[in-house]
Design a protein around this ligand. Sequence first.
Ligand code: AHM
Ligand code: MG
Length: 325
Amino acid sequence: MRFVTLDEFIAQTEQELPEATGELSGLLRDIGLASKIVNRDLSKAGLVDAILGDANTVNVQGEDVKKLDVIANDILKKCLQNSGECCGIASEEEEEFVAFKNRKKAKYVVLFDPLDGSSNIDVIAPVGTIFSVFKRKSPVGGLCTLEDFLQKGSEQVAAGYVIYGSSTMLVYTTGNGVNGFTLDPSIGEFCLSHPNIKTPEKAASYSINQGNYNSFPDNVKKFVDYCQDSTEKKAFSLRYIGSMVADFHRNLLKGGIYIYPSTKSSPKGKLRLMYECNPMAFLQEQAKGKATNGKIRILDIEPTALHQRTAVYIGSEKMVEMLEG
Ligand code: AHM
Ligand code: MG
């Protein structure tokens, strides 16, 4: 049996949509390509650090040496600019959005966190790339504008992540379910390995930085206490890597909840709405789970700034509802 590759899958699903023009498909393929390049560079992470040093240093050739999250940012930016379907990007690594002057006719903007959980690189724990795609609001033919990026999560036309773990997997949605593709290194292709992902209704684990317990809001404290209370039921397992993509991925496949509430050091929450929470919320809802900030659906939050943060409760529907109280 031969697996369906990402490109074949994109081509097949495009044919099923009469209105599809192929532009979004091209964009998704280019994100797939970028993540393969990131994956290649990540596999050399220990060597790159040991041999070439940290960011802001210069190597013997006098070239700038960049840290891997900067390298990943540059790779994604370059691949998207080459793609022809993307008129601009916004990234967790860039202060302002970047309008591609040579791509004024393109219809889409992409927001991304090039390497989420990058503090895990030094210890070889999983990290990921997260992306979110919107159709531009400004007229085609001009430079893209801030309003193209500051759209509600419910307006996303595609979103996904790549997890660089014991194997590399790309998971994405275009609003018609969630599909996962594992990279087969022998042929350099992402192959459909997890079709139509639905998150289990019954959750077995919770993911939260419990070291912050004392500054959690009361409802979160209560929920964490409930998860640990083994008198009336089997206690939930606590699973927390400190890499949202990895924690989210496990919970998506096995059932669970990821929580990053407001804390003393991050009163508005730590994670970014546009680069982390919106794309993950779109995926989670498409997989029949739920995502809120404790008050409203993540996808309904009206963004006011590119780098705005939010609290996030995301995972199996029942657990999110229990946490909301
Ligand atoms: P980053 O985008 O700077 O890597 O930060 C986001 C990461 C998430 O991947 C992870 O879940 C969280 O920060 C961990 O934060 P903490 O160390 O406070 O638990
Ligand atoms: Mg991040």
